[in-house]
Design a protein around this ligand. Structure first.
Ligand code: RAM
Length: 425
């Protein structure tokens, strides 16, 4: 057990806002226990274990940050890493820390935690995907900066609805103004999102939808029918063209619960019924969960299960990059043709080597921007999110809410050897 001087860590915000309160919050606290973070740990889970209250996670976060030395520095309580050393204060100390923090936060009216703006909590499917972190995130931040909001961009360590739920519950407890989610599951998130809406929190789904009753609007990247039909059209083109294309073709998807991939696949299978694809045999879909290694292994599995495989469609930025690598590692480039949805920056080399002659995407930076813009306008009451409503979305221009309460970004763009060097996202 280590004795340490604790300086309450609502830090600069409070220092600026409440100098008197902060001065009085200086006190000595002890780490009742040191805790090393294990796989699958979450601060709220530990708070539940030690204090019987998932919302007491701030006490662990604040005490750990104050502890210094070998203890971790927690910038975002939603993201802790295996091996980090945490300071677990006694229940009494934890209560005192929460009282200080709660009291301080209550000084700020809900919805006005940041000066002059809203707090937008934007969550993607899983951490570590360039599509999200190098594109959707800066897009969301760009809109938030323009509109005077704060955007917190985060993601679960694994592509699991249970982790998204836990993170969103914590965000609700912290009093965010809007939740923007790319869903790992269309139904499992619903009770949490409905609770958020009941509390007046704006809910916008983006990229991967939830059931319509669980969000106000959905930022749809492109018409899913165009995306799905387009993927089958492209693989047929790569295998000889309509009426000629033939051979076994498989789909390598993300996770089986992910709405956007599932919707695209429905449209692919519908397109596949057309007579011009009669020679192409759909052999099935495998799931790489939007995790690189799993996707790579699933691609290898396909090569093994279907030695005569002629084509793969991978409608996920993670899957398509992993499949391209697997094809080249196995010397199958050109023998099994690949298309999918992915980032030009990740796929350029495979277009040039002929492994992936053509693929599609929209501009994910714009997707993040539009989603944040929509959340802001709902918060301002400038839009209600009802079908038929048109509004100005900054640099995107005028957009319209359709009958599904989707706001569609635009048609997908196709990339091949002729234009791949024109795109750097
Ligand atoms: C992955 C994710 C995302 C999808 C893109 C195409 O990054 O699955 O949801 O929109 O691929």
């Amino acid at each position: 057990m280590k004795k340490l001087l604790y300086l309450l860590v609502t830090l600069s915000l409070l220092l600026a806002l409440m100098p008197v309160a902060v001065a009085s919050a200086q006190e000595a606290v002890e780490c009742d226990e040191d805790y090393l973070v294990q796989a699958d740990d979450w601060l709220s889970k530990l708070a539940d274990k030690y204090y019987g209250d998932v919302l007491a996670y701030w006490a662990i976060s604040d005490a750990t940050n104050a502890a210094g030395g070998d203890y971790a520095t927690i910038d975002n309580p939603d993201l802790i890493e295996v091996g980090w050393q945490l300071c677990i204060p006694s229940a009494a100390d934890a209560q005192a820390l929460l009282a200080e923090r709660g009291g301080a936060m209550m000084e700020e009216p809900a919805g006005e935690m940041m000066e002059g703006g809203y707090t937008l909590y934007m969550i993607s499917k899983v951490a570590g995907i360039p599509y999200f972190e190098l594109n959707s995130k800066p897009g969301g931040e760009e809109a938030a900066a323009e509109l005077g909001d704060e955007l917190i961009f985060t993601a679960p360590a694994q592509p699991l609805a249970a982790e998204q739920i836990q993170m969103m519950e914590a965000a609700i407890a912290q009093g965010v103004d809007a939740i923007l989610v790319s869903a790992d599951d269309d139904t499992a998130l619903c009770p949490t999102l409905q609770k958020a809406m009941d509390q007046g929190i704006v809910v916008v789904a983006w990229d991967s939808d939830v059931l319509p009753e669980c969000r106000q609007l959905f930022q749809q990247q492109a018409d899913p029918e165009d995306v799905g039909r387009g993927q089958v059209r492209i693989i047929c083109e790569l295998l000889g063209g309509p009426g000629v294309c033939e051979g076994q073709v498989a789909i390598l998807s993300a996770a089986a619960t992910m709405t956007n991939q599932n919707t695209w696949i429905e449209w692919m299978l519908d397109e596949w019924q057309k007579p011009e694809y009669a020679g192409m045999e759909y052999v099935g879909t495998v799931y790489g969960d939007d995790v690189d290694q799993k996707s790579y292994q699933e691609a290898l599995g396909l090569f093994k299960s279907y030695p005569d495989l002629k084509g793969i469609i991978s409608p996920t930025s993670v899957g398509v990059a992993a499949a391209a690598r697997a094809l080249e590692d196995q010397g199958l480039s050109g023998q099994v043709l690949l298309t999918g949805l992915g980032l030009p920056s990740q796929l350029r080399q495979y277009v040039k080597s002929g492994t992936l002659p053509k693929f599609a995407l929209w501009v994910p930076l714009d997707q993040g921007y539009l989603a944040a813009y929509m959340a802001h306008l709902l918060l301002e009451g400038e839009i209600e999110g009802v079908p038929g409503e048109s509004f100005d979305a900054g640099r995107i221009g005028t957009v319209t809410v359709d009958e599904n309460r989707w706001v569609v970004l635009g048609p997908p763009q196709e990339f091949d050897i002729n234009n791949i060097d024109d795109f750097d996202f």
